[in-house]
Design a protein around this ligand. Structure first.
Ligand SMILES: Nc1ncnc2c1ncn2[C@@H]1O[C@H](COP(=O)(O)OP(=O)(O)O)[C@@H](O)[C@H]1O
Ligand SMILES: [Mg+2]
Length: 247
């Protein structure tokens, strides 16, 4: 049984077909990277895996840990271990960050038939993870993402991921708009989460994140399809020559 298996995936937004037959297998413990020009369908693939209602799967399948992911609601997918760090994190005015994370974690524990964390356990976990990712007490006191800079939002997404400990982490352009220090923090945050039971799908335009987080596979997506897969050298090739030769 594969960890994640995507077969012949076609998906549309409204009338427009965006994914035109995606095949992708991710084994437990692997880091996969998807690169591709703007509009090639990278975010669409992430959204389809997470269960965004605007995207309609017209054919194909996604199995995650042996379960039919497409038959699940977005919250069931999250509780089963899928986490999507957004390309553009949403601000949630009035929703405190700590309460948001506590609610999310305990909902997941309930779904899995585990005991909820008590206040002491929760605070301990929150503080440890926050510290590791340079998330300050002051940031934790604010409403989710409200008034955060682009870099702080990305840091916050990585922190939420570290806190919730998902099995499959999708990072959509986590590195865009980050300065080199923030990039390193985010990279470190990803690396501490690398474990044999956890896998990553990272979408990026740039090679620089890959200097911190060394991937197992790189895939190139063009016009809704993965047109080439390879190792880290593929990213170097792209950096030099661009996407033209893969079209
Ligand atoms: N919610 C949406 N409504 C309409 N069109 C969309 C939507 N999401 C994506 N698209 C279109 O689908 C195509 C692929 O977009 P996207 O998946 O965001 O590409 P990428 O992340 O690779 O830049 C684009 O042409 C985009 O305009
Ligand atoms: Mg995108």
């Amino acid at each position: 049984m594969s960890f994640l298996e995507i077969k012949g995936l076609h998906a549309s937004v409204g009338e427009k077909e965006i994914l035109k037959g995606v095949d992708l297998t991710v084994n437990a413990g692997e880091v996969h990277v998807i690169m591709g020009p703007n509009g090639s369908g990278k975010s669409t693939l992430s959204n389809v895996i997470a269960g965004h209602p605007a995207y309609h799967v017209t054919s194909g399948s996604i199995f995650f840990k042996g379960k039919d992911l497409l038959a699940m609601t977005p919250d069931e997918r999250a509780n089963t271990g899928v986490f999507l760090a957004f390309q553009t994190p949403t601000e949630l005015p009035g929703v405190g960050t700590a309460l948001f994370l506590k609610t999310a974690l305990n909902a997941k524990k309930k779904f899995l038939g585990e005991k909820p964390l008590d206040a002491v356990q929760f605070m301990k976990r929150l503080k440890t993870r926050a510290q590791a990712l340079g998330v300050t007490d002051e940031m934790l006191k604010r409403a989710v993402n409200v008034g955060f800079s682009g870099g702080e939002k990305k840091r916050m997404e990585t922190f939420q991921m570290a806190f919730l400990e998902p099995d499959f982490c999708i990072l959509d352009e986590m590195d865009s708009g980050l300065d080199i220090d923030a990039l390193k923090t985010v990279g470190d945050g990803i690396n501490v989460l690398r474990e044999p039971h956890r896998s990553f799908l990272m979408i990026t335009h740039f090679q620089r994140l890959l200097e911190y987080v060394v991937p197992d596979y790189i895939h190139i997506m063009i016009d809704g399809k993965i047109v080439r897969s390879g190792d880290k050298t593929l990213a170097e090739q792209l950096e030099e020559r661009g996407y033209e030769e893969f079209k």
